[in-house]
Design a protein. Structure first.
Lengths: 78, 260
């Protein structure tokens, strides 16, 4: 497996993000993932395996292979 | 009595406007904001949906309709079970704007009528979890009473199916709901033109919620303005106390001093 230049050896795993398969670094945090997606200052809510991840837990919550993640936002609606 | 005293209180907060508008079905965010401004609405509904990962979009609705300027009311549109609605409400609250939620638990794809038992179930759970619950419901006085008893902050009976533009289909049911309710009654869904909104307020409703009625109009900005006036006129008419309906005429001009 390639060295991803993170200082230690990590593998890439597959998860499901918003209904689509996605590869993430094993053990990446929710915060890492949101940064990769480019969420920025947008108000979102995150669910990991059907449990809500609170904002203050983003940096501490690690993602593992097979995880199902939902990231939602507010959009136009009636 | 000052006209300013007639504030609309919902969920512990006071509003001058009795019009709540949705943010869906507009051409773009700019039009959405212009319509909301023209309507005078202080509270707007939004839906909760997945972020598009491949194209998150440079702009976001809340940049155009900021939460520090408007009260954001997330809905559970698209939910067909109580569990889905509860899940959506919890996610909406987690996004960190507030405790308000409009629960929509749909029972039928064609009419988009609420599934009343599922709505009651979702309402019971969410009220217990401290949400300020505004339930979209049929114009059924029994269903509305059950929701009120569960602790909902208002009841939101439909005038007609969502987006149908049919106006108030059952004013008699609505009148009964208004008479029995100890929480605000907000007519939600089915408004098609300004007189529909005025009629709802004239019946004694506390507010009206609409989306398609404005966004789907040929000139949404002009219709938003019309709705604003209609809600104000309807409310003033209600408070002013209309004349009685009579079968026969009563002259408006005096008999005294007539020429013979």
């Amino acid at each position: 497996m390639q060295n991803l230049g993170l200082g230690d050896y990590r593998s890439v795993v597959e998860v499901r993000l918003n209904g689509e398969p996605r590869e993430v670094v094993d053990g990446a945090t929710v915060a890492d993932l949101l940064e990769t997606i480019g969420i920025g200052k947008r108000r979102v809510a995150v669910e990991l395996n059907r449990e809500i991840v609170t904002r203050d837990a983003y940096a501490m919550t690690r993602i593992r292979g097979g995880d199902v993640i939902e990231v939602v936002q507010f959009v136009g609606g009636g | 009595m000052s006209m300013d005293d007639d504030a609309f209180v919902l969920g512990g907060r006071s509003y001058r406007s009795r019009l709540i508008v949705g943010t869906g079905k507009y051409k773009d965010f700019a039009e959405t904001r212009r319509a909301i401004d023209a309507s005078g609405a202080e509270m707007v509904t939004v839906a909760v949906r997945r972020v598009n990962i491949t194209d998150p979009g440079k702009e976001n609705l809340l940049e155009h309709v900021p939460p520090d300027k408007f009260v954001i009311l997330p809905n559970t549109a698209g939910c067909y079970t109580a569990a889905e609605a509860i899940r959506t409400a919890r996610l909406a609250r987690e996004a960190g704007i507030g405790n308000l939620v409009k629960i929509e638990v749909i029972g039928d794809e064609r009419t988009l009528f609420p599934d009343v038992p599922a709505t009651l179930e979702a309402a019971a759970v969410l009220v217990k979890e401290g949400f300020v619950v505004l339930p979209y419901v049929t114009d059924d006085p029994v269903a509305c009473k059950r929701l009120e008893d569960l602790g909902c902050a208002a009841v939101m009976p439909l005038a007609a199916p969502i987006g149908s533009g049919l106006g108030i289909r059952n004013p008699y049911n609505l009148a009964i709901i208004i008479e029995q309710s100890r929480v605000p009654v907000i007519v939600d869904a089915g408004v098609g033109q300004a007189s529909d909104a005025a009629r709802a307020l004239e019946l004694g409703c506390d507010a009206v919620l609409m989306n398609t009625g404005i966004a789907g109009a040929r000139d949404p900005i002009r219709m938003a303005h019309a709705m604003r006036l209609a809600v104000e006129a309807g409310r003033a008419s209600f408070l002013a106390g209309r004349i009685a309906r009579k079968l026969y005429a009563t002259a408006s001009s005096p008999i005294e001093g007539m020429l013979d």
